[in-house]
Each structure stands twice: as structure tokens, then as C-alpha cells.
Design a binder for this molecule. Structure first.
Ligand SMILES: *Cc1c(COP(=O)(O)O)cnc(C)c1O
Length: 396
């Protein structure tokens, strides 16, 4: 049986270059970067190099990059930090969207409990926020606008440069959760007027548990972890040297090949869309064009997403659905509801996220396996029966 990994938005395999680069930092160069002797200084220089690599990839300066344990930590730090800075000036309003990752939404919920006010912007049925809505939402009390670069479920890309320019004009801090975008689309934090940006290594072939926050110089966020002088004293603790080295290598590798990978992955994804759109009662979630190259997200009426995933798994295909299965609840994804899908339609969602490691054969295999699975699930579905009966009545 074939094995097709099509869940790169959840995590990616570590690239060979990354593996080769990090092994020495677990073996001969195992030193603590804070130690003065050579084995420590080798590690320290490697962390510096990785910081330069991340800065270069984003168009930032080395001192604007702070390593973290990943995207969630960077999101929490940026948002809670900006809220604390705002509160000092009596500004306790934040703006975000309805389709953010839970690292952002749950942070917002916590801030609301602490007396902050949060505006959750609509993204309409194409999954894209309107810049004029951002503008209307900004008040004298607003201390932060945080809008994700690209959505993890439906892949839609937000007008980041326009929002950045607006926030700059209004004097409001702008953060973006770019965890899905970094390494996949071109980013320049200066050109796009981004004040803070979160990224995570394991979404672009580095290891899990390492990421970074870009924070524009001049913005003095409160310290996240007190202790030693690591990360300019703002995020103490001995550095995850192998992870950080891998992050630097992975971001460089991704950015060097970004155009080539983008074209390759998009062509594969478009082939998937074309094939899967032939399935009746299906729809593409989010804007068809303005989305991450590797993101495929569709709903199939009369199909239960979890069953679909299990049957794909039996065929060796790793995929994801939009429903919040991890939380143990049967609520459909907040993202699919935000783009206006009805609960029963949102339940039949399928996300496939491709990377440059996928092949045409992978796509053809998925397209061979998917339609019969959907037919079988619909045969067993009372919901599908209802849909068919309703159609008969309408036609009569
Ligand atoms: C994966 C992801 C995160 C969380 O990143 P971790 O490194 O796993 O903490 C945050 N935001 C988005 C959009 C993501 O896709």
C-alpha cells in the first residue's frame, strides 16, 4: 500500500540538511552557549548564525529575533506583551479575527477575563478580512491588531502589507501569526510594516519545539521568562541549540527554494482541487486563489469528517479535518463556521496540506481513493439520505 503524508500544516518531516546540521550540536559541540571555553563558544556562534539566518529570511535585524519554543509561545508573548504595554497607557482594546489559531484566540479569551476588550473581525465567505473593517475597528483605546498571515485550516492569505500600513498610520502595534506562511510565501517585515511576527520551525522542516518571535526594535516587550541573559534577558533559559541551528538551516533552505517549491506544490494542489471538485455536492473552503500553495480544503455534504479521515488512514493517507476532534467535542471548526458554513456541512470537511516532498503519484492516488470512500460514507449516512430526498421534493 502507498503511504501519502498530506498533513504538512500539522507538522512536516525534518529535512535531511537540518538533521545533518544539528547532529554535531548534540555530539561534539554540546557546550552551553553561555560558557566561555571553546565548546561553549562554538554553540554560541551557531546560535548567532541561526539568528542571522532567521533575520535574513524575514528582512529583519539579528537583534529583532527572539528564539522561543514555537509558534504558540511566540503568539502568547507578543499578544500578552502588547496588552501589558497598552494597559500602561490605558489602552485596553485588541483587534483580531474569528479564524485565528487557538494560541491567539485562547490568549484573547484570557485577556478578556482580565478586563481587556477584543474585537473579532469577520472574514466573510472567502476567508479574508477586509482592511476597511480593520480600520473601522481601530479606536483610541486600541493597543494591538493581530491578524494571522495565512490560515492553518483553509490556507487563505490576509492582506498583511495593507493592514501593516494602516496600523503604522494609526500608530497601533501590528502582530501576525505567520506560522503557516514562513518558508512558504515571501515575507519582508519592513516592507510589510509588521511590528511582531510569530514563526514555528516544525511547519517548515525544522524540529518541533523551536520557533521565534520577530519584534521590531524599539518595542520593549515585558520579559517572558526571568533568569539568565539569554535572548537579551527577555526569555531566559539555556538555548535549545540543536533546535535553533535546525531552524536557521530550515528557514534558509525554504527561502532559497521558495519560488520553485511554490510552483511545484501549487500545481499538485490544483490537480487535487480539479479532481476532487468532480465529486458531487462538494465545495472548496476559502478563496480559490488567494491561499497557501499547498492548502486543499473542501467540504463534502453528507459525509462525516472523522470517518473520512479514518478511511483515508486505512488507505495510508494522512489527512486532517476541520472539526475540533482534539478537544473531544463534536463542534465543527470555528474557521469553517466563520466562513458561513452550516454545522452539518462543516462536519464533512477535509484538509490536505502538501509539501514539496509530495508527488503527482501521491495526488493521483488520493484522487483514486477519495471518491469511492465518499460514496461509501454517503451510502451509510442518514444525512445524505435527507439531502437526496429534499432534492427530489424540490425537483418534483
Ligand atoms: C502550528 C500553528 C501554531 C502553533 O505552533 P507551535 O509551534 O506548534 O506551538 C500557531 N499558529 C498557527 C497558524 C499554526 O499553524
Amino acid at each position: 500500500m502507498r503511504y501519502v503524508y498530506a498533513d504538512n500544516a500539522a507538522t512536516t518531516p525534518v529535512s535531511k540538511k537540518v538533521v545533518d546540521a544539528i547532529i554535531p550540536y548534540m555530539t561534539e559541540h554540546f557546550g552551553n552557549p553561555s560558557s566561555l571555553y571553546e565548546v561553549g563558544q562554538v554553540a554560541s556562534r551557531a546560535v548567532t548564525k541561526a539568528r542571522q539566518q532567521v533575520a535574513t529570511a524575514l528582512g529583519a535585524e539579528e537583534r529583532e529575533i527572539f528564539f522561543t519554543s514555537g509558534g504558540s509561545e511566540a503568539d502568547n508573548w507578543a499578544i500578552k506583551g502588547a496588552a501589558a504595554l497598552g494597559a500602561k497607557k490605558g489602552k485596553k482594546h485588541l483587534i483580531t479575527t474569528k479564524i485565528e489559531h487557538h494560541a491567539v484566540l485562547h490568549t484573547m479569551a484570557t485577556l478578556e477575563k482580565e478586563g481587556f476588550t477584543v474585537t473579532y473581525l469577520d472574514v466573510y465567505d472567502n476567508g479574508i478580512v477586509k482592511v476597511e473593517d480593520v480600520e473601522k475597528a481601530i479606536t483610541d483605546e486600541t493597543c494591538l491588531v493581530t491578524i494571522m498571515y495565512a490560515n492553518n485550516e483553509i490556507g487563505t492569505i490576509q492582506p498583511i502589507a495593507e493592514i501593516g500600513a494602516l496600523c503604522k498610520k494609526k500608530g497601533v502595534l501590528f502582530h501576525t501569526d505567520a506560522v503557516q506562511a514562513v518558508g512558504h510565501v515571501k515575507i519582508d517585515v519592513k516592507e510589510q510594516n509588521i511590528d511582531m511576527l510569530s514563526l514555528s520551525g516544525h511547519k517548515f522542516h525544522a524540529t518541533k519545539g523551536v520557533g521565534a518571535l520577530y519584534c521590531r526594535k524599539g518595542i520593549v516587550l515585558p520579559n517572558l521568562i526571568e533568569g539568565g541573559a539569554q535572548e537579551r534577558g527577555k526569555r531566559a533559559g539555556t538555548e535549545n541549540v540543536p533546535g535553533i541551528v535546525g531552524l536557521g538551516v530550515a528557514i534558509t533552505e525554504a527561502c532559497e527554494n521558495i519560488d520553485e517549491n511554490h510552483a511545484k506544490v501549487k500545481a499538485l494542489r490544483d490537480r487535487l482541487f480539479e479532481g476532487a471538485s468532480k465529486i458531487s455536492h462538494s465545495r472548496i473552503n476559502g478563496d480559490r486563489e488567494n491561499r497557501l500553495p499547498g492548502n486543499f480544503s473542501m467540504c463534502f455534504e453528507g459525509v462525516e469528517g472523522e470517518s473520512l479521515l479514518l478511511m483515508l488512514d486505512m488507505k495510508g493517507i494522512c489527512a486532517s479535518s476541520g472539526s475540533a476532534c482534539t478537544s473531544g467535542s463534536l463542534d465543527p471548526s470555528h474557521v469553517l463556521l466563520a466562513i458561513g458554513l452550516k454545522h452539518e456541512v462543516a462536519h464533512g470537511s477535509l484538509r490536505l496540506s502538501l509539501s514539496e516532498n509530495n508527488t503527482e503519484e501521491d495526488v493521483d492516488y488520493i484522487l483514486e481513493v477519495l471518491p469511492p470512500i465518499i460514496d461509501r460514507l454517503r451510502e451509510m449516512s442518514p444525512l445524505w439520505e435527507h439531502i437526496m430526498e429534499a432534492e427530489k421534493v424540490n425537483q418534483a
